[in-house]
Design a protein around this ligand. Structure first.
Ligand code: HEM
Length: 157
């Protein structure tokens, strides 16, 4: 068993991220619905900016844990998928989403703060934000889903 609180081999930080990503996805979908159906752009702006700050802190803690404290490979070794290389393959797929996602999010947030004047912007800017916002949200969902698959492959199985 790892040092985490889930009944698996994960560390405390790994477990926190795995559970935290459920909340991040729910809050993100709620925030997009709030602006789409309730037209409450101030709440959407506050939630999206708050989520990004929270994720920045969580990812920093996660990186510190995995680089200096937790030897995740030792925790993953008992998995039946480790020896055949599947744990590493799934990790690579996860990283394909996890690495670009913060960059895309940063871009969407900086552009939105620059271009929206209290929720108002030209149709062109709105269109671009809706498209890039959906890509950013989709990338975050894929980061979460592939992260959960990795966690299961490495620390549950
Ligand atoms: C990564 C962060 C963000 C994501 C993923 C995101 C995502 C989205 C999405 C998908 C929509 C379209 C909703 C629909 O289908 O109608 C939307 C609309 C909107 N967002 Fe964001 N957003 C983010 C950050 C921000 C920020 C920081 C602001 C303000 C500074 C903002 C302001 C707005 C406004 C005013 C709208 C509605 C206006 C419109 O029709 O374009 N967003 N956002």
């Amino acid at each position: 068993m790892g040092t985490g609180f889930l009944p698996a081999r994960g560390s405390f930080m790994l477990d926190t991220i795995v559970v935290g990503m459920v909340l991040v996805c729910i809050i993100m979908i709620a925030s997009i619905s709030i602006v789409r159906f309730r037209k409450n752009h101030r709440l959407h702006r506050a939630i999206q900016t708050g989520l990004a700050i929270f994720l920045l802190i969580a990812v920093a803690g996660f990186e510190i844990d995995l680089n200096w404290f937790t030897k995740w490979r030792e925790l993953a070794e008992p998995s039946p998928y480790y020896a055949g290389g599947w744990v590493h393959r799934v990790l690579w797929i996860h990283l394909l989403f996890a690495i670009p996602t913060p960059l895309i999010w940063a871009g969407v947030i900086v552009m939105a703060w620059r271009n929206y004047e209290d929720g108002y912007a030209t149709e062109e800017i709105k269109r671009k934000h809706r498209i890039s916002g959906r890509i950013a949200a989709g990338m975050m969902l894929m980061t979460a889903i592939t992260g959960w698959v990795f966690y299961w492959t490495a620390f549950v199985a």
